[in-house]
Design a protein around this ligand. Sequence first.
Ligand code: UDP
Length: 573
Amino acid sequence: REAKRYLGVADDLKLSVNAAEVLKKRYLLRDERGDVVETPGEMFGRVADHISKAESKYGGDVESYRSLFLQMMRNLEFLPNSPTLMNSRLELGQLSACFVLPVTDSLPGIFDALKNMALIHQSGGGTGFSFSRLRPKDDVVRATGGVASGPVSFMRIFDTATDVIKQGGRRRGANMGILRVDHPDIMEFIEAKERPGFLENFNLSVAATDEFMEKSRGEGEIDLINPRTGLAGGRLKAAELLGLIATSAWRGGDPGIIFIDRINAAHPLPGEIEATNPCGEQPLLPYESCNLGSINLSRLVRKGELDWDRLAELVSLAVRFLDDVIDMNRFPLPQIEEATLSRRKIGLGVMGFADMLIQMNISYASPQAVALAEKLMGFISEHARAQSARLGEERGSFPLFDSSRLRGWSAMRNATVTTIAPTGTISIIAGTSSGIEPLFALAFVRRVLEGARLLEVSPLFEKMAMERGIYTPDLKVELAWRGSVQEIAGLPQDLKELFRTALDISAQQHVRIQAAFQKYTDNAVSKTVNLPAEATVSDVLQVYRLAYDLGCKGVTVFRYGSRSQVLYLGNGE
Ligand code: UDP
């Protein structure tokens, strides 16, 4: 409480010091002098006021939805993505986290995309691009008689522009760069981030086709195709290429893989998806945007059981909230407005899954965790779909409904309803574990903005260890040093099992949890498959294979210590 008063954000919300710090730095409104002029409670009020206005368009009861929306945010049971918290009621008014922009094979096409990226970053959104349509390096350029410089060289311009914009210090611009596996420049792309300092504002993903994944099981080769001519020039062994991807990812976390054919096969609308948003959870058509929101599962455990009734209520309210966000949104470009309003995609997901499991006495590493993940997401998806169908009846289906695979339903308001976001910042605000990730460590140093570091001990572990009378100063020190309890002598086995951290969980289990959520998620799932420092390239390949075979839409691995990371174990190793 003292700390909160010191931070100047005191009110009746039960926020952690970290949450108050993050809110004060980046979310709460300021006056011209730069002084914070609202409390977190007032921030939620501002958001609820703004979003519930959409209800009046449809003859809804603005006041009662305002208070229902406010209640679920104040309870930290549901939070929308950061731009909705930051920009509601502001003149800018851009409320979405996710955008995909097309990049066409011409100088005006490339620089249009660059300009559009700048506008989106300025408004707090992240951008994804496929660079697959760009002609390869050394291909002909008719206008100048010269040679093309290729996708990777153009990506550098996007990266530099992102650095320069930096979104006024509130939210750093984030990008996803995608290249198809059959683009002639694929090798250069795969290794692009191995150069220190290169493309730091990008996540990279290779768009892997089903043909490529199947051929990589044996000796098969794929054709490399020049997108300008459509002609094949050169062949590569699929297994070797996959090996190169795994090697680069082993070295530094990039690139990830997206299974592009699977993404398109699951997409219910006409049009070809070529890219996702920066963290990979939201595949979108060119110029589409999407707003996300996440239910905090850790707030829904009562006496070790999940409160399914409240979950159902929250899902319905959250879908309504996210649909309202679309109507209140100010879109940064007319093409984005058109593409978004004609499909009305939303992405409802969860955070606090790991904290929920601990409260329910279920180990993340157990088969029960996988079974519960499926049951949970199946339940959320069913209720979310049903609510979108009801909204469709009341407000009309999304305009492209008749040309979609959803037309079997009598009505549907949103072309997609579910997405599992990383919840990088909103999970800090909500004081819970991020997305569907396991606890990273039981004590760790978090690097926050401007190089500051915070030591955090898992409150759930603290509480349980205290209840059992084993939380000694020595234990705390050892925890801060190791991050994990697995090697600490004398601790009860059940506690060790329950508090397995990201690195105490097998890579296979990480993938199985991801796949369980993906099974009932319309869009995709943000998940990092953590590997210990000593993992091998062949471990990475096994992860890819399992993710593909279990139906994931993509996969990202991160080997501990392989590059500068947001979270470090207490000893800074
Ligand atoms: N994002 C971004 N910049 C950031 C963090 C996130 O543009 O610094 C975008 C990006 O599209 C990402 C999405 O927001 O995929 C969701 O990220 P997350 O759930 O971590 O955001 P939060 O709502 O917690 O801030």
